[in-house]
Design a protein around this ligand. Structure first.
Ligand SMILES: *[C@@H]1O[C@H](CO)[C@@H](O)[C@H](O)[C@H]1NC(C)=O
Ligand SMILES: *[C@@H]1O[C@H](CO)[C@@H](O)[C@H](O)[C@H]1NC(C)=O
Ligand SMILES: *[C@@H]1O[C@H](CO)[C@@H](O)[C@H](O)[C@H]1NC(C)=O
Ligand SMILES: *[C@@H]1O[C@H](CO)[C@@H](O)[C@H](O)[C@H]1NC(C)=O
Length: 326
């Protein structure tokens, strides 16, 4: 019943807003350093990303240790996935940020407890992104109806995302039924790649966002060490439908120092990042890097020219002192 009502609300909303063109992206000219207050404002999201590495049981009980304690007011509502073929995910409500948080466990299936060790000194994550799975595929039409036909995404990430996408969509409206807040996908590394496809899937359900749209139609994304997920058309779609939320801050990807994950899969293969990069320098300074794949040496593409030039542990920490993992 709730779904039917929701569908009616959407139909009305679309009817009222179809005449409004999509807003233009603001062209931010140069690299700027974020204030410490702005840096601090991301800290809860870093802990939520890190929480996704904890067991579903400890997340539902909200007793997962440091990660849970950092956001004590969080109300977990649902976990899913099987940890084998479908990575675990969780969702719940943050009353301070007034948003539903949705996050995926990022590691290779079956590697939940070991992921940190395997990947901080091994090559597990990069190889799964780059070799077997870097072929492009089209978006799965039944879920991504309305997306431009020229979008191509990472085949392996797409297949994995489809295992849980509809479960997550069926659950979100119950996670904070009374508050009806915004939805924020928050995630780390390959989990962030899954979350970005989820965010696009959600955004397609609410395609005509304006200042007057209700908060629950606004989909946002905060990713840490996000790899590239799709082609130019994909990056443009993210910018037009997610980055524009909150005055251009709807999509944020935070990259740490010389992490090689965000430069994979390569641009040579046709992969492009959406805008919204924040790059953490060795000095600890957080800089905004305007545009898609900014080549400046203060941004990840310029700082890490190739994998050999990168430092894998940078994928995990520190993000304003937070280390990813449970
Ligand atoms: C999830 O949210 C719904 C709607 O607010 C609520 O009825 C349900 O009890 C919540 N589940 C948990 C585990 O808190
Ligand atoms: C990676 O780290 C784990 C845990 O610290 C250790 O047992 C393993 O031997 C290391 N592997 C390599 C290849 O260094
Ligand atoms: C993704 O790639 C990994 C590593 O090559 C492989 O083990 C896994 O089966 C692939 N997953 C899917 C869903 O294709
Ligand atoms: C990826 O593309 C290559 C080259 O076109 C092809 O040989 C290979 O079979 C493809 N892999 C998958 C998993 O589709």
């Amino acid at each position: 019943m709730a779904r039917i009502i929701l569908t009616l609300v959407f139909s009305t909303l679309f009817y009222l807003t179809t005449a409004i063109p999509s807003p233009e992206l603001v062209d931010r000219a140069s690299i700027t350093t974020l204030s410490s207050d702005t840096v601090d404002s991301y800290k809860p999201y870093a802990f939520y990303s890190s929480t996704a590495y904890c067991s579903p049981e400890s997340i539902m009980n909200w007793d997962c240790g440091e990660n849970c304690n950092a956001n004590p007011h969080f109300r977990p509502n649902k976990t899913g996935g099987d940890g084998i073929r479908a990575p675990f995910w969780y969702m719940g409500y943050d009353s301070i940020l007034n948003t539903i948080i949705i996050s995926h466990h990022g590691a290779a299936p079956g590697e939940m407890q070991k992921s940190l060790h395997l990947e901080s000194n091994g090559s597990n994550r990069l190889s799964s992104l780059n070799i077997a799975g870097s072929n492009f595929t089209t978006l799965f039409k039944p879920l991504f109806d309305g997306a431009p036909d020229d979008i191509r995404v990472h085949a392996n990430i797409s297949t994995t995302q489809l295992f849980t996408a509809s479960d997550i969509f069926l659950e979100w409206e119950y996670a904070a039924a009374d508050e009806r807040p915004t939805i924020t996908f928050v995630d780390h590394s390959s989990g962030a790649a899954l979350s970005l496809l989820d965010a696009v899937y959600f955004a397609l359900q609410f395609p005509y966002i304006t200042d007057l749209s209700p908060p629950w139609t606004k989909v946002k994304f905060v990713g840490y060490g996000l790899p590239r997920v799709g082609n130019q058309a994909f990056a443009d779609f993210v910018d037009e439908h997610i980055t524009v939320v909150d005055d251009g801050k709807g999509f944020v990807r935070i990259n740490n120092m010389k992490d090689p994950v965000p430069i994979n899969p390569s641009r040579a293969l046709g992969y492009v990042h959406p805008s919204g990069e924040i790059h953490i320098q060795a000095s600890g300074e957080w800089d905004t890097c305007p545009g898609q794949d900014n080549p400046d040496s203060q941004c990840i593409r310029g700082a890490v020219q190739n994998d050999a030039n990168g430092n894998k542990p940078d994928n995990y920490c520190p993000y304003d002192g937070v280390m990813m993992g449970c």
